[in-house]
Design a protein around this ligand. Sequence first.
Ligand code: PLP
Length: 400
Amino acid sequence: MTGSLDDYGPPDDHRNMTTAKPAASETGDPLLLTPGPLTTSITVKQAMVHDWGSRDQGFIAINKMVLEKIVELAGGEGTHVTVPVQGSGTFAVEAMITSFVPKMGKLLVLINGAYGHRAKKIAEIAGRGVISYETPEDTPPDLAKLDRLLADDKAITHVFAVHCETTSGVLNPIAETAALVAKHGRRLLVDSMSAFGALELDARKVPYDAMASSSNKCLEGVPGLGFVVCRKTALAECKGNATTLVLDLFEQAEGFAKTGQYRFTPPIHVIVALGKAIEEHAAEGGVAGRGKRYRENAKVLIDGMRAMGFRTLLPDALQAPIIVTFHMPTDPKFVFQRFYDGLKDRGYVIYPGKLTVADSFRIGCIGRLYPKDMKGALAAVRDVLDEMRVSNGGQALAAE
Ligand SMILES: *Cc1c(COP(=O)(O)O)cnc(C)c1O
């Protein structure tokens, strides 16, 4: 028996390296080119070295600051409130759907990837009426069709839309969707998990009842806290809707209003780290500054990968600067597992594809990553391709 955590080495241990010194974060770990959990700053991690009691006044003040800052970032000061949910992002999505859609409500889910499918499943398990409008993973919904769907089915009370569908990286037309839903007098629930904090979503311009996101995507905190930004007057109508105890956003909000405290043990270290992460987000220039760095990352990545022959799934106009899907090279000498392992050995962790429309892999642009890191990743890609004797990242035959 070994007894120490140290025996396991750093995450995704890459001490068996044979090539040059691998890329690493400030703590020596591989860089995560993934859509969350992601690489965080050392100062965010250091914020977690203390212990707080959940009734500690210092912690309660930090938590309050975090919730208020999130409302500010959402453009919801005075009109909206942040209700946090212990757990990952999906916990917040499930809390949002089951707290806002009444038992007799009917939810229309717009699907073009795994997260839309997941929302539909949540509604089904909770016994809510649900229908979906699905388009392929590289295709946003047709707004004229959505317009007709809402006009024809008066029973639809709520619409669920994903802002950036992380499955492909596609940017869905959230502002146009919100305007249509409002025009028809229905309510909008938004999954802005992988976009909030980097892509603009201003509640003063884009009307919604609720928007879910989490600590460990574009805000660059550590995983463990989901949150829902709720329109106050809409949340006030949600009493008794929830079909679970812990995911009841109305009761969770009541708890804060009464005591300033969580009803159940909060992930304190995660929340304190998120406070630090939000400070760093502000120092970078808020949503505009964070979005600018991610757009630079995405551009360096896409230009560099294209120069090696790789093809993106999406045209540039539909590509969000969050995560990029690339077609798998067709050269039979290209073996994805070797590609993945070779990149990991060089300090870069990428993400397998999850698409049904095409054989693909993904590379994320979010987290504490800069254009220089993307350039490093490109050099590693070149190196691994050479090792596999793959000359072109696209169609091998066409290129030769
Ligand atoms: C990451 C993500 C979620 C939540 O995933 P968790 O693994 O539960 O954190 C939901 N929707 C989208 C679009 C996401 O990118």
